[in-house]
Design a protein around this ligand. Structure first.
Ligand code: ADP
Ligand code: MG
Length: 841
């Protein structure tokens, strides 16, 4: 019935004027000519790779080919197509575009066949036939139903990006395909879509499945490397006003606020051209004189001095204005590494006279935290005489295609997720892009007519220093969270599973991830997922932080744990101005000793914690901010040596972490809360409300410490010698310790960092301290530490998950219990109690 109805509806729509117009545009895309071939190949094969330049229509068209074919052939009723996108912003924007192209109501509304689903936001209903979602969402579906019952097609977009989850999904799909070839279940079809060259890699991975390639119809793009830019801008200047070139001041510092564009530009260039600067200014170590002999003397000098590693906003601003002034119509697309850089440039451009007035409305940022509505503007046409300038992260590299771009300015950098083994945390690091990325960015300029790409790096860097491709995430990221997913999806033993990857990770990387999972208590026995592991797998954060958050929710300590987790994931808000060490210390102690709440119960022993200090600082700041406003909060920060901007960031992260917990049902958000909206700040006020049930134990620092211990275990150092310390700590205390204690980590001495509130202590109230990370500067340091009692370790640390006897004997000795067996029984009971709490949730 449904199939017949769908076919009739489709026929009706096809006769509307708008549909016909859209069809014309769609028919002009390079993939349009491949429609029949793609459908035919899909009939004959279970897996197909579709390859084509960005903008050739893969993402928007291929899913529609399949949908239309299913409807026309009368199978619309049971058609279910899922198309995964690496980024949420792309999933939403593509779904909206596709619904628009089909003249359907917006995604998810009644009658629309198109929908999307991303974390915290979805627009779909039971009638949705074509769903755009993030890779993470599809993996969650797989957790619910391993065989993806009812799904007819999976389209994995942007496979060339080689993201951790993308590569992971490919293993899962490969297994599924292998399984279905021996069973008689209805066949799931898999389509991989890739932008760049290495399509054979994917074809080989799926048993030499066919590859179909759309020939791009892009226009030629002229590339201007840094050296050409130097020539170009000075040429333009010289012809503009040759005289002005000679009467300039010479140092960069003297540029000052110059309102006149021409004057300013002259000054910038003169700064490059002045020989007196050579001695003290940066001299580019990558400068290769032989490559630039054909360039003007001035350009050669400029190149020697330009530090490519730093983003030169002056140069960028000049270049944008130069293009705007001298080049034909067409949008400018600028690639910068991150949100901060985007807004810095945006503010500068908005302040310059060229983009003042209505022009400034068309300076558009584009990155993943832009709201969907704002984002739509990048596709619109500006009024005549106004230039559209889009300043984007690498999101505009492949996922989002903007047609009217004619000029690309590429700073050559991006932020990449990398694992820092020292910090045991992954973080975003800025680095040079690969040659493949650079080509991709360049290609964005030739969509409608011949374009120009301005690279803010030299040809030498492009040809000789850039990597050909990016290293796949699976080879450079920690695997802990991925291993948890394998367990959550019941995909078997971790190592054999990961060894089936396109490019499997190193053995030692897998081993260290697995052993951490045991230590944290996420798996036990023969890699079996524990109830704790089950919840952790659903939290997209570092496992240690995740465990802390879960326990914070369970034990009614949400607010303190949100603050501490945020500080640990981002950074401590404390500043250390030179020569103020004693004042900083005094401020810290004052913060800890002030009674924040009537029932606050900090005594001296409990003050020995940098983590409780973070909690106290935030609590105080939040209250002042809420009751007295921004200014008062800033004064408070000044008085206590805190960074206002870090505090605001911590507030945002608290909201993020809190909503994650709500997502998996550990706390309930107020009914009318919307993510991303104006209520955001109120939400933090709500998390901070100690009368809420999830904060019922937030006053008790002992409980907070116990949860810290749960999260940070196995990062424990003993503060006294003795069997307990030896058995339970990772770091071995130096036996000859007199004065300040220090430890060995197997190779080197480890000290408490001087910035820690515990750094001046010679003896400790309790025998253990926990920490998140070791940092290495001139020595190896434990940065933030908390002193804890053995009971915390017994109850919340890894001991209840430690199977081997020595740990039990050790703790037994400390507690002076009569027999080790008794401790074992106690531990077992505790563990099962905790397990059943977690199971209930
Ligand atoms: P590919 O996936 O091959 O990179 P897409 O299917 O994303 O290509 O894009 C094909 C074309 O569709 C683009 O060149 C652009 O013209 C158009 N397009 C895509 N999304 C939008 C949108 N949101 N608004 C307007 N045009 C769009
Ligand atoms: Mg695409």
């Amino acid at each position: 019935m449904e199939s017949v109805y769908l076919r009739q509806e489709e026929e009706k729509r096809k006769h509307t004027q708008r549909y016909k117009e859209m069809l014309k545009t769609r028919a002009a895309l390079p993939v349009a000519g491949l429609k029949n071939d793609i459908l035919q190949l899909l009939k004959e094969n279970n897996v197909l790779v579709v390859c084509g330049e960005t903008g050739s229509g893969k993402t928007t068209q291929v899913p529609q080919f399949i949908l239309d074919d299913m409807i026309e052939s009368g199978h619309g009723g049971h058609c279910s197509i899922i198309c995964t996108q690496p980024r949420r912003i792309a999933a939403i924007s593509v779904a909206e575009r596709v619904a628009d192209e089909r003249c359907e109501p917006s995604p998810g509304s009644i009658g629309s066949l198109v929908g999307y689903q991303v974390r915290l936001d979805n627009a779909r209903n039971e009638k949705t036939k074509l769903l755009f979602c993030t890779t993470g969402i599809l993996l969650r579906k797989l957790a619910g139903d391993k065989n993806l019952t009812g799904v007819t097609h999976i389209i994995v977009d942007e496979v060339h990006e080689r993201s951790l989850l993308g590569d992971f999904l490919l293993i899962v799909l490969k297994n599924l395909i292998e399984k279905q070839s021996v069973s008689n279940t209805p066949k799931l079809k898999v389509i991989l879509m890739s932008a760049t060259v290495d399509s054979d890699l994917f074809s080989r991975y799926f048993g030499l499945c066919p590859v179909i390639t759309a020939q791009g119809r892009t226009h030629p793009v002229t590339t201007c490397f840094l050296e050409d830019i130097c020539e170009r801008i000075s040429y333009h200047l010289a012809s503009d006003s040759p005289a002005s070139l000679r009467c300039e001041t010479s140092t960069r510092d003297m540029r000052g606020p110059v309102n006149n564009r021409r004057g300013k530009k002259n000054l910038v260039l003169s700064a490059w051209g002045d020989d007196s600067l050579l001695s003290e200014e940066y001299v580019n170590p990558h400068y290769d004189s032989s490559s630039y002999q054909s360039y003007s003397e001035q350009t050669q000098q400029n190149l020697k001095r330009l530090n490519e590693d730093v983003i030169d906003y002056d140069l960028l601003e000049d270049l944008v204005c130069h293009v705007d002034e001298t080049c034909d119509k067409g949008a400018i697309l600028i690639f910068l590494p991150g949100v901060v850089e985007i807004h810095t440039l945006l503010d500068r451009l908005a302040a310059s006279y060229r983009f003042a007035g209505p022009s400034s409305d068309w300076l558009l940022p584009l990155h993943s935290s832009i709201a969907a509505d704002e984002q739509k503007k990048v596709f619109l046409n500006p009024p005549d005489g106004i230039r559209k300038v889009i300043i984007a992260t690498n999101i505009a590299e492949t996922s989002i295609t903007i047609d009217d771009v004619v000029y690309v300015i590429d700073c050559g950098k991006h932020k990449e997720n990398r694992y820092n083994p020292q910090k045991k945390l992954s973080s975003m690091v800025e680095d040079w892009i690969s040659r493949a990325n650079a080509k991709q960015r360049r290609g964005r300029a030739g969509r409608v007519k011949p374009g120009i790409c301005f690279c803010l790096y030299t040809r030498h860097r492009f040809e000789k220093l850039m990597r050909p491709y990016q290293v796949p995430e699976m080879l450079r990221m920690p695997l802990v969270e991925l291993c948890l997913q394998i367990k959550l999806l019941s995909l078997g033993q971790i190592k054999p599973f990961l060894s089936k990857a396109l490019e499997p990770p190193k053995e030692e990387a897998m081993n260290s991830a697995i052993s951490l999972l045991y230590e944290v208590g996420a798996v036990e026995g023969d890699e079996e997922l524990t109830p704790l592991g089950h919840h952790l797998a659903k939290l997209p954060v570092d496992v240690l932080i995740g465990k802390m958050l879960l326990y914070g929710g369970i034990f009614g300590c949400l607010s303190p744990i949100l603050s501490i987790s945020a500080c640990l994931s981002y950074k401590s808000p404390f500043l250390y101005p030179k020569d103020e060490k004693q004042n900083v210390e005094r401020a810290k102690l004052a913060l800890l000793s002030e009674k924040l709440d009537e029932s606050s119960d900090l005594n001296d022993a409990e003050r020995q914690s940098d983590h409780l200090l973070m909690m106290a600082a935030y609590r105080k700041w939040e209250r002042i901010f809420r009751e007295k406003g921004v200014k008062a909060a800033q004064r408070f920060c000044k008085m206590y040596f805190l960074s206002s901007s870090v505090m605001s960031m911590i507030r945002d992260m608290r909201i993020q972490f809190g909503t994650l917990l709500a997502d998996i049902g550990f706390i309930n958000l107020p009914k009318n809360y919307q993510s991303g909206g104006k209520r955001k700040e109120n939400l933090d006020g709500w998390f901070s409300d100690y009368s809420q049930p999830f904060n019922r134990h937030s006053h008790h620092s002992a409980v907070v410490k116990a949860i810290l211990c749960a999260g940070l275990y196995p990062n424990v150092a003993a503060t006294e010698l003795g069997i307990t310390g030896v058995a339970l700590s990772r770091l071995k205390l130096n036996p000859a310790t007199k004065g300040h204690p220090f430890w060995y980590d197997g190779r080197r001495e480890v000290h408490i960092h001087p910035s820690s509130i515990n750094s001046s202590l010679k003896s400790f109230q309790h025998p253990f301290l926990v920490f998140l990370e070791k940092v290495e500067t001139n020595k190896v340091f434990l940065r933030d530490t908390t002193i804890i009692s053995p009971f915390s370790i017994l109850l919340f640390g890894g001991l209840i998950n430690i199977q081997h006897q020595s740990g039990l004997v050790a703790i037994d000795g400390w507690l002076k219990l009569t027999a080790p067996a008794q401790t074992a029984v106690l531990c077992k009971e505790l563990r099962s109690a905790l397990h059943s709490i977690l199971k209930e949730l």
